[in-house]
Design a protein around this ligand. Structure first.
Ligand code: ADP
Ligand code: MG
Length: 141
């Protein structure tokens, strides 16, 4: 496990840009942390790292559930399961179909579903330490 500390949203976005290099095509990345921890902020950087979207164009998929960002090499799916409560609702999203070899799934609130808890998934856990300070822990499979 690798731990980072950031002191602004911009620093977290920058970390996301760098972490993009660690993410493997065809994989699931679980973003853990409370509301406001910085999960979506991290995705802004990851999307920039893959040249899939500008940070400002990455918004929370809380209501839309799935956002798609297409880069030259990779398609990112940014998924927020905060409002999904049952396995049945999860199934209707068809996440399995999105997991193609040239795609990466970035999932917020994936820990709600045991089925998404896999040793094979990279996990980025964010903790709010103070108003602008975040501890970010990366666990690679
Ligand atoms: P989540 O998706 O986990 O609910 P967001 O990324 O939407 O969280 O929101 C994080 C909020 O915290 C933003 O308003 C952001 O500006 C603020 N913030 C303050 N400091 C940091 C930091 N070091 N890293 C990330 N976000 C931070
Ligand atoms: Mg979010």
């Amino acid at each position: 496990m690798t731990t980072f500390q950031t002191h602004s949203a911009e620093e977290t976005t920058e970390l996301g840009r760098r972490l993009a290099a660690e993410l493997k095509p065809g994989s699931i990345v679980l973003l853990r942390g409370d509301l406001g921890a910085g999960k979506t902020t991290m995705v802004k950087g990851i999307a920039e790292g893959f040249q899939a979207a500008k940070a400002d164009d990455v918004t929370s998929p809380t209501f839309t559930l799935v956002h798609e960002y297409r880069g030259p090499d990779i398609i990112l799916y940014h998924i927020d399961l905060y409002r999904i409560d049952t396995q049945r609702e999860l199934d209707t999203l068809g996440l399995d179909d999105l997991l193609a070899p040239n795609c990466i799934l970035l999932i917020e609130w994936g820990e709600k579903f045991p089925r998404l808890q896999s040793e094979q998934n990279l996990e980025i856990a964010l903790e709010r330490v103070a108003e602008t300070e975040r501890r970010i822990m990366l666990t690679t499979p």
